[in-house]
Write a protein that binds this ligand. Structure first.
Ligand code: EPU
Length: 417
C-alpha cells in the first residue's frame, strides 16, 4: 500500500493549479446515461473515484474514450442497468446512476452503500423521491431494485433534509419524466448547478438551479453535448490552507474564488491574507502567525464539511481555542485522533472538536481514514517537526490528483513510497 513520507517545516511558495471538481465530474458522468448520443466532458480530474465511475458506466454498456482530461462517453444501449456491490462499496456516489437508469431504461438495480468512515450515509431520500416520481422500489439481498415500466411522471418532492447527490439523482430522473417536477429544499452546491448546465446543454428544461427550489419540465429525449467541469473548490480550499498553515505565499490558479467564499472569510478571520488576483486566481499569505476562529459546517454557501478536517489541522497552528462544529455528518472527526498523535490538542464533544493552539506538531506514523481526513494529515505533516509517514493514502487518491507532485512543486518535501 502506498504511503506518503513528509518532512515538515517548509513554507510553500509559488503557483499551484486546481483541477476539475470530482464531485461535479461524478454526476456529469452519470448523466451520460440519459442519452444514446456521445457526451464530451472536459476538465475531468484523473482521480480514482472518476475511474471507478467510468468502469461502472462501461459495465452498464457505455463506450469511454479518455484523452488526457477529456472523456467521450456514449451509451448507445443500456445493457445491464446495475451497480454491483464491488464498485459501490469503494465509491458511494455510484448511487448517482439510479435516477438516470430508471429514467432511461425503466429499471435499475443498485447495491446499497452501507456505512462509511464518516457516517451512516443512507440513500433513503433518493428512494423516497424516486417512488414519488412513480418508480416501484424493492430492497433485497443488499440491493435496491427500482422499476418504472410506464415511465416516470413529474411531481413535487420536498427533501426532508438537504442532500447533494440526492438532488442530483432526482434531477437526472426528472429530466425524462412526463410533466413537471418541483424539487423543494434542494441542494444549492455549485456541483448541482454545474450538473444543471450540462443537462440543459443536453436538451433538459430546468429552472432555479442554485436555489432551493428547482423546477424541471420533462422532455421526451436528450441529446449529446460538450461540457467542461467546474474547478474543484475543495482541492483549491485545501491548497489555500496549505499556504496558510506553512506561513507561505501560495498562488492558487484555475479556481473560482466565489465558490470558496466561506473558507476565505474564515482564513481572513484567522489572520491569513487572501487576495483575489483575478477571477480565477487566489493568493494566500500568512507570515505573521494565525489566531483561532470557530467554524460550523453547513450546506452551501456555508462552510463545507469537506474542508472541516483541513481547517482543524490549521487551527492546531492558531493561537487560542477554536470550536469546530460538524453538522452534516455524524462521525467525521477520525482525523482528530491521528492529529493528536502528532501533538495536537483536540477534544471531541459530540459533534464538536475543541482545538487548543498553538501546538508544535511532531512527525509520526499516522493512518488516513477517509479522503478529507487524509488531506488534513498531509497539511499537518507539512508543518510538523521531523518526518511523518501517512499510511493508506489510497483514500487521498480517490479525490486529489497527484497531490504530492503538486505540493512538491511549491516546495513541500513529500514523496510517495
Ligand atoms: N442523508 C440522508 N438520506 C439520504 C441522503 C443523505 O439522511 O438519502 C444525510 C447524510 O447521511 C448526511 C446529509 O444527509 O448526513 C448530507 O448528505 P448528502 O446526501 O448531501 O451527501 P452526499 O450527496 O452523499 C456529497 C459529496 C460529499 C460531501 C457531501 C456534503 C459527492 C459525490 N459527495 O455527498 O463529498 O461531503 O455531499 O457536502 O458529491 C468528499 O468529496 O469527500 C465527500 C464526502
Amino acid at each position: 500500500m502506498d504511503k506518503f513520507v513528509v518532512k515538515g517545516g517548509v513554507p510553500l511558495h509559488g503557483e499551484i493549479a486546481t483541477g476539475g471538481a470530482k464531485n461535479s465530474a461524478l454526476p456529469a458522468l452519470a448523466a451520460t446515461l440519459l442519452t444514446d448520443e456521445p457526451v464530451l466532458l472536459q476538465r475531468i480530474p484523473r482521480v480514482r473515484d472518476v475511474r471507478t465511475m467510468q468502469r461502472l458506466l462501461v459495465d452498464i454498456g457505455a463506450s469511454a474514450d479518455v484523452d488526457g482530461e477529456s472523456v467521450r462517453i456514449q451509451v448507445r444501449e443500456v445493457r445491464s442497468p446495475e451497480a454491483p456491490y464491488e464498485l459501490v462499496k469503494t465509491m458511494r456516489a455510484s448511487s448517482l446512476v439510479l435516477g438516470p437508469l430508471v429514467a432511461r431504461a425503466g429499471r435499475a438495480r443498485v447495491s446499497l452503500p452501507g456505512g462509511c468512515a464518516i457516517g451512516a450515509r443512507p440513500i433513503n431520500l433518493h428512494l423516497v423521491g424516486l417512488e414519488q416520481l412513480g418508480a416501484q422500489i424493492q430492497q433485497a439481498h443488499g440491493y435496491v431494485e427500482a422499476v418504472a415500466p410506464q415511465g416516470l411522471r413529474g411531481t413535487t418532492i420536498r427533501f426532508e433534509r438537504i442532500t447533494v447527490t440526492g438532488t442530483e439523482d432526482l434531477m437526472m430522473a426528472a429530466v425524462l419524466a412526463r410533466g413537471t417536477t418541483i424539487l423543494e429544499n434542494a441542494a444549492r452546491e455549485p456541483e448541482v448547478t454545474d450538473l444543471t448546465a450540462l443537462l440543459v446543454k443536453m436538451g433538459a428544461k430546468i429552472e432555479g438551479a442554485g436555489t432551493s427550489t428547482v423546477r424541471i419540465e420533462g422532455v421526451a429525449r436528450l441529446h449529446g453535448a460538450e461540457h467542461a467541469i467546474i474547478p474543484d473548490r475543495i482541492e483549491a480550499g485545501t491548497f489555500l490552507v496549505a499556504g496558510a498553515i506553512t506561513g507561505g505565499d501560495l498562488t492558487v490558479t484555475g479556481c473560482l474564488p466565489e465558490h470558496n467564499a466561506a473558507l476565505i472569510t474564515k482564513l481572513q478571520a484567522a489572520g491569513a491574507e487572501i487576495t483575489e488576483v483575478d477571477g480565477s486566481t487566489l493568493r494566500v499569505r500568512a507570515a505573521r502567525g494565525l489566531r483561532s476562529a470557530d467554524v460550523t459546517t453547513a450546506e452551501y454557501p456555508g462552510f463545507p464539511t469537506d474542508l472541516q478536517a483541513q481547517y482543524i489541522a490549521l487551527m492546531t497552528q492558531a493561537e487560542g481555542i477554536a470550536i469546530i462544529t460538524e453538522t452534516i455528518f455524524e462521525n467525521r472527526f477520525m482525523h482528530a485522533q491521528e492529529l493528536a498523535r502528532m501533538g495536537a490538542n483536540i477534544r471531541l464533544e459530540g459533534n464538536q472538536a475543541i482545538v487548543a493552539g498553538r501546538k508544535e506538531l511532531t512527525g509520526a506514523g499516522v493512518i488516513a481514514s477517509d479522503l478529507r481526513a487524509s488531506a488534513s494529515l498531509v497539511l499537518a505533516a507539512l508543518v510538523a517537526r521531523g518526518e511523518t509517514v501517512i499510511d493508506r493514502v489510497y483514500h487521498i487518491d480517490r479525490g486529489y490528483e497527484k497531490i504530492e507532485g503538486k505540493l512538491a512543486a511549491v516546495g513541500a518535501q513529500i514523496r510517495r513510497i
